[in-house]
Design a protein around this ligand. Structure first.
Ligand code: P6P
Length: 343
């Protein structure tokens, strides 16, 4: 159908290039009939911090802010300087923005209670995932989830505000600091991607209405851990090899996830001897990507159940993660069930 010159085809580059993220957030606010603008403002606060972290990431090598910070985080992982900087930037933006009452961060042991009696939202965030890749200039990312608090506004933060299953998210997204910097997010009405134009300091809509291919030809897993996989995972990966699929593993979750989201594929981080509950974190890694992939038509599972249905029991809880094209996730789930029944 020919579009009128005054109604540009929304997939055209001309259309998308003109839309900044800020304008898009405003336009999409109408998706929420009772929206009063707080969620929009919260998204803008996150975007501001992302722009600052992007700048810091781009200059890490020159400004001697790459490399190790000399301390370990609550996970016992060696903190990189950029980890610490990114955490500070997001904490500051969310605190000053005024829309958030509590934050769960990979870099913080406990919940950060912002003592903000008017804050309606809780944010779970991995400020800089994959930061061990900084020194070798491999893409890294920020991952965030946004929840509405459950307890009354103004009352003390309660466990039920923090320990919400992923299906309760009102928004989720990631920033990929790569060959270009992108921000991809959902508020439950589809998934849209924005590319940062450094010279203008703006994100522009570049990937409207992202749809995950139903299947794909890429599998992403750390093959060095093959001897530790359960039989169902090993059998599935063997079948990928027999079908001559492509093995692509960057070792940076956001980068691997983003490629598979756009091209079709599956990322797997199953339970291993070192990480019997999986390596990745439920609250601030798996849940956000699971919300995004489902909104794009894909799937996310821990091998037994939908990631978004997992009831969190602890802040830094780990989970096995099988995420990507729907048919591929279904296949590996079937393989896990089949082989566990054969035990
Ligand atoms: P491994 C980075 O440390 C991370 O959390 C993810 O970004 C990445 O996908 C995974 O761990 C890599 O883990 O054990 O394969 O090095």
């Amino acid at each position: 159908m020919k579009t009128s010159p005054f109604q540009p085809d929304q997939t055209s580059l001309a259309y998308s290039v003109g839309i900044t993220l800020d304008r898009f957030i405003k336009l999409k606010q109408s998706d929420f009939p009772f929206a009063s603008g707080e969620l929009s403002q919260l998204l803008r606060d996150i975007v501001l911090a992302a722009k600052i972290v992007n700048r810091e990431t781009n200059r890490a090598g020159l400004a001697n802010i790459g490399g190790a910070f000399g301390q370990t985080n609550v996970q016992g992982e060696e903190q990189q300087k950029l980890d610490v900087i990114a955490n500070i930037r997001f904490m500051r933006a969310l605190s000053k923005g005024g829309e958030v009452c509590a934050i769960v961060s990979e870099e913080e042991d406990a919940v950060i209670d912002l003592q903000n009696n008017s804050g309606k939202y809780v944010v779970a965030i991995d400020p800089l995932d994959g930061s061990s890749n900084i020194d070798v200039n491999i893409s890294i990312g920020t991952i965030f989830s946004i929840y509405r608090r459950k307890s009354p506004i103004g009352s003390p933060i309660q466990l039920k505000d923090i320990m919400q299953p992923g299906r309760e998210q009102v928004a989720a997204g990631y920033v990929l600091y790569g060959s270009s910097t992108m921000l991809v997010y959902t508020t439950g009405c589809g998934v849209n991607g924005f590319t940062y134009e450094n010279s203008l300091g703006e994100f522009f809509l570049s990937h409207p209405d992202i749809q995950a291919p139903k299947t794909g030809n890429i599998y992403s897993i750390n093959e060095g851990l093959q001897l530790e996989w359960e039989k169902g995972i090993a059998a599935y990966i063997q079948s990928c090899k027999e079908r001559k699929m492509q093995s692509r593993y960057i070792g940076s979750l956001v980068a691997d996830f983003h490629r598979n989201l756009l091209k079709g594929g599956i990322y797997l981080y199953p339970a291993t001897q070192k990480n019997p509950s999986g390596k990745l974190r439920l609250l601030y890694e798996a849940n956000a990507l699971a919300f995004i992939i489902e909104q794009a038509g894909g799937k996310a599972s821990d091998g037994k159940q939908r990631i978004l249905d997992v009831q969190p029991e602890s802040l830094h809880q780990r989970t096995p993660l099988l995420i990507g094209s729907a048919q591929m996730v279904e296949e590996v789930e079937q393989s896990v069930v089949l082989h566990s029944s054969l035990v």
